[in-house]
Design a binder for this molecule. Sequence first.
Ligand SMILES: [Zn+2]
Length: 470
Amino acid sequence: MRLGFLGAAGEVTGSCTLVEAAGLRFVVDCGMFQGGSEARGKNQRALNFGCDMRRIDFVLLTHAHIDHSGLLPRLAMLGYRGPVYATPATIDLLHVLLPDSAHIQEKEAEWHLRNRHRRGMDPRAIPVPLYSVEQARAALRLLRPVRYGEILRPVGDVAVRFHDAGHILGSAWLEVSVSNAGQKRRLIFSGDLGQPDRPVLLDPQQPDGEADALLVESTYGDRRHRSLAETEDEIVEVCARTRAAGGNLIVPSFAVGRTQEIITLLAKLVRSRRLPPLKVYVDSPMANVATRITLAHPELLDAEAHELIAWQQAHPELLKLEFIADVERSKQLNAIRSGAVIISASGMCEAGRIKYHLRENLPRRECSILIAGFQAAGTLGRRLVDGARLVRIFGQQVPVRARVVTVGGLSAHADQAALLDWLGGFQRPPRHCFVGHGEASAAAALVTAIQARYDWPEVRATVPGEFVNL
Ligand SMILES: [Zn+2]
């Protein structure tokens, strides 16, 4: 058996593992590299499996995040026509996320083309989209649904089971058994694992038994998250202060997952009377669709989320939610001077309607900006977190007088303690444990922590492009 770590090794994007066993080839995740100037080149060189695409037997997707799924249209463009297995909720999200990813790339290329003279850009340096909206739609036709717990037999000697990973809606960790000449090998792929006890989703299911090879993520392998209780206290404090000052609370938020978590947390805090009645505007077409998809999968939500959804529907006057699709209505929000909570995307303030709300509200001392997600270096969100006094939005200088508050307890990824607890599910030490999907320092810290706690025979970080024979 051979494993190839073709992405998310020493970094957190571009997830892709090639498995060759028993005369078969399959791929786990087909993610896009994101961030940094090298991402484009890496995406163009990615999916280099060393064989004709038609010789890949099947593809398994752990979840819908673009860094795990975003090169699927490219895989199809390169000739892959076989099945791509994913959970039903992942498939629902991909129907929105993949065409959107193509659309963003097309817009970016158009923008560069329009502005190339002003920026003195070499036409050869203008980014070409990795795929078009049409090609993204074509790739969606390869998707095949698999429910959690169901035994899938993609080909004769292989059995696959998807288990809830508690990371985003529909996310899964995978158990793959391959039989060859009377010998059975069990592989576990963690995908991205969620933090237990977070709002909305069920907690990750634990693995059990044993594994010949385990690939585990390490995004926060070197960190411990702040507790949810602290985050709730911070939200209560920032709401009270903004209300007293007579301003608005602006929340830049990822459309999938984070927006639904924040709505749920606000509902919990209003219901328990820690917050007064609120008027919340969700101003992001993508967040509206993601919320609809979330509500369409009640089987994936935890008991508290069910209770809070029912409570909100019974008391719309206490938590007034308005989902805004229309651009004109979105513009009207600019006229609201106080008392509004506006949740909008993108989560890192780089694109989308959030930029308009920031332009209106950042210069006003009485407003607050609540940052509840990771902000990558170089983004507008990061500049705000870092305390910039002046930022550029749509070519204008905008002074930052609003208060910027960062809350740290809402990560979609398990921290080191939660990762170690999850790994505690194995009854026997996995024979090979590979730590991937983390910056080098995070992966190294998790390797050390696993060895200290479990003393497994082989634990090591993955190396990009490396193939290992087992
Ligand atoms: Zn993810």
